[in-house]
Ligand binder design. Structure first.
Ligand code: NAI
Length: 388
């Protein structure tokens, strides 16, 4: 049974593993952090020292607390140290075979009742546990980047995960001051599935010459209340990362056209225009370059916003239809995982599901493209067959 005294193991000291270790140590747990690469461990340790001294400067933690948090993380040089851990969360490279082999090792080292978890974004939890003797003790605990700042955690049981473990893990992660939702073991879980049209419909409008990046970003922020527009957000995430998420969801969904990636983004990746990190993506980040200014035509802006918003609501409703998560959890996931200004299902009700269905049907007719296919649940709501 996991509780506030449980020892936590983290494997992989990259961006995610380091952040999760910080969260667990801040919650008072003893943490073991391991990485195959010695340099990653050293970087993780010095990065945490910098983060903690900034938090002390800002008055968020005292010097004593900062020292205690850092003192609770042990940087270890092998998996044998995980023998005493009650929960292990892996955040190593996103490769199925690597994760499977890692858990097979851990299963032999760790206690019989220890819980095993993966922070994977795109692999199925069932496949990661497929080679285990006791797959019922494995589940997904999916944090968002940066883990110490993003409140959402998706808890993902596989088909065979023991249900008592799910509840226990949810209570534990809640006690780390995170907001947890339960998601079905399906591609993209909640957030990375439901958010796809935010990017793809924006790129579609750009490809059509309907509006440019700056205008679309302006409409989404100014008229929609989103913190970032799709193009600046993709540039921030990095096109390599964002493209792979879309491609994985699409492939895993047996090439459902609704998730089809955009050639425009693929070309950016091929040309190494990865966004902020490479100096150029949709925008140019070199100091001397001047990016285009938005066309602040409100009528055009509203058309842009609605095209994206209707598809997002449709995706959220379809996730509910397919029982990916509860209505409440779908709305929490999008506001707490990607900072949407409102939950999409609540937003849909506010706009009117009939308006959204009409908009989607018009696009479906105009383009003949299955990406605009309305969810059966959306149709049932509008036809009065179902209330949600
Ligand atoms: P990263 O590349 O920053 O770090 C991965 C670390 O794992 C590296 O330090 C590497 O040396 C280490 N590693 C690789 N194989 C290992 C092994 N067999 N044993 C021990 N250490 C090993 O990667 P990042 O971004 O931290 O992602 C890690 C995991 O978290 C992936 O599964 C990813 O899909 C997932 N994730 C990533 C998010 C992101 O925004 N970066 C968000 C949520 C989940």
């Amino acid at each position: 049974m996991l509780n506030s005294q449980s020892n936590i193991g983290i494997i992989g000291a990259g961006a995610m593993g380091s952040g999760i270790a910080q969260v667990a140590a801040t919650a008072g747990h003893e943490v073991c952090l391991f990485d195959l690469n010695e340099k990653s461990l050293q970087n993780s340790k010095s990065k945490l020292a910098k983060i903690m001294s900034r938090l002390v400067e800002k008055g968020r933690v005292t010097i004593e607390e900062s020292e205690a948090i850092q003192g609770r993380i042990k940087y270890v040089d092998g998996l044998s140290h995980f023998e005493c851990c009650d929960l292990v969360i892996e955040a190593v490279v996103e490769k199925l075979q690597v994760k499977q082999e890692l858990f097979s090792h851990l299963e032999n080292i760790m206690k019989e009742d220890a819980v095993l978890a993966s922070n994977t974004s795109s692999l199925s939890i069932a496949s990661i546990g497929g080679k285990l003797k006791q797959p019922e003790r494995l589940l997904g605990i999916h944090f968002f980047n940066p883990a110490p700042l993003m409140p959402l955690v998706e808890i993902v049981p596989s088909l065979v995960t023991d249900s008592s473990i799910v509840e226990n893990v949810r209570d534990l992660i809640d006690s780390w001051k995170k907001i947890t939702v339960i998601a079905k073991d399906t591609p993209g879980f909640i957030v990375n599935r439901v958010a796809r049209p935010f990017y793809s419909e924006a790129i579609k409008m750009l490809e059509e010459g309907f509006a440019d990046e700056a205008t679309i970003d302006w409409a989404i922020k100014e008229l929609g209340g989103f913190r970032m527009g799709p193009f600046e957000l993709m540039d921030l995430i990095g096109h390599d990362v964002n493209y792979v998420v879309t491609e994985t969801v699409w492939t895993e969904m047996y090439f459902d056209p609704r998730y089809k990636p955009a050639l425009t983004q693929k070309r950016l990746v091929e040309a190494n225009r990865l966004g902020r990190k490479s100096g150029q993506g949709f925008y140019n980040y070199n100091e001397e370059s001047i990016n285009a200014q938005p066309n602040k035509d409100e009528k055009l802006g509203n058309v842009i916003l609605n095209r994206i918003l209707y598809m997002l609501v449709n995706e959220a409703i379809d996730a509910l239809f397919l029982q990916i998560a509860s209505k409440e959890d779908i709305d929490i996931a999008m506001t707490k995982g990607v900072n949407y200004p409102k939950g999409l299902i609540a937003w849909g009700a506010e706009i009117g599901f009939d308006t959204i269905l009409r908009g989607l049907n018009e696009s479906f007719e105009r383009y003949g493209d299955d990406r605009y296919r309305p969810s059966v649940l959306l149709k049932d709501i509008v036809n009065g067959k179902v209330t949600i």
